[in-house]
Design a protein around this ligand. Structure first.
Ligand code: GDP
Ligand code: K
Ligand code: MG
Length: 271
């Protein structure tokens, strides 16, 4: 059976469950994720029962600290999702895009479900969606889960990118960080699947022990990676985790500045 799995991911209160409920109707299974009291909701797309939708817990980051982050992260890295619909609250674009950078790095194809467009429209706040899509390198579908607009279009796009065999896009950061990541990728060689290579390079750079534990690295590889990290920390005069956080903020700040405050040629009628 050719089941296709689409994950709905995003910050808390971005509209994931509203979207999920509309897309699945009554065809839902509700339970808990294994070993934790985090609710798990999955269901079939009511227009095509071959498509399974996952309503992931709301998170701000893919760090391994809260049960919600761990659940979302383990699920996405298990590679069972064919595509992610990243539900972004358009009224809080900059904050929401911080997670987007990390979702893109999982190597799973991402489409942005740019939600709450009815509010943006009502408040007459302009946003250039074409520039947002161009700046991220992924499709952006404007929608309103409240007004039930654009939701099926987001699924359609997700299906399309799931079946595309093109290269997955990642945000790129300051060249000094990119050099370090390229060196880590060299050390890793083919120990990690190509699709997840950037994710692991960044996590290893952040000294993420949970990510490291899932790889079978030699002592030599660990030593070489630690040397790369320490050199880069000297170059930036900052610690590795903070370097990545700052680079993500720089990326989303620049991107937000590029697309907020102006319109594009697409017009909406969501309110
Ligand atoms: P989740 O935490 O991501 O699952 O978000 P929910 O689906 O629970 O939505 C959070 C709140 O935002 C609820 O009060 C929704 O009714 C509201 N909401 C969701 N989508 C929209 C939208 O497109 N427009 C407006 N105006 N409100 C929305
Ligand atoms: K909620
Ligand atoms: Mg929810």
């Amino acid at each position: 059976k050719n089941k296709i799995e689409i994950a709905l991911a995003g910050n808390p209160n971005s509209g994931k469950t509203s979207t999920f409920n509309h897309l699945t109707g009554s065809m839902q299974h509700v339970g808990n994720w294994p070993g934790v009291t985090v609710e798990r909701k999955s269901g079939q797309y009511r227009k095509n029962t071959q498509i399974e939708l996952q309503d992931l817990p709301g998170i701000y980051s893919m760090s391994p600290y809260t049960p919600e982050e761990i659940v979302a992260r383990d699920y996405l890295l298990s590679n069972s999702a064919n595509a992610i619909i990243d539900i972004v609250d358009a009224t809080n674009l900059e904050r929401n895009l911080y997670l987007t950078t990390q979702l893109m790095e999982t190597g799973i194809p991402v489409v942005i479900g740019l939600n709450m467009m009815d509010i943006l429209e009502k408040q007459n706040r302009p946003l250039n969606i074409q520039k947002l899509s161009y700046g991220l390198g992924v499709p952006v579908v404007p929608m309103s889960a409240l007004k039930k607009k654009g939701l099926n279009k987001a699924v359609k796009k997700a299906l399309y990118i799931a079946q595309e065999h093109g290269e997955v896009q990642f945000p790129t950061y300051d060249n000094r960080l990119e050099v370090a990541l390229a060196e880590i990728l060299d050390v890793l060689g083919n120990t990690v699947p190509t699709r997840q290579a950037r994710w692991f390079a960044i996590k290893l750079f952040e000294r993420d022990e949970k990510a490291e534990a899932t790889l079978d690295l030699s002592e030599m590889q660990k030593k070489e990676i630690e040397e790369i990290i320490q050199i880069t920390e000297k170059v930036f005069d900052d610690d590795a985790e903070a370097i990545v956080v700052n680079e993500r903020y720089n990326f989303v700040t620049q991107l937000s500045a590029l697309c907020l405050g102006e319109r594009d040629s697409i017009s909406f009628t969501f309110s």
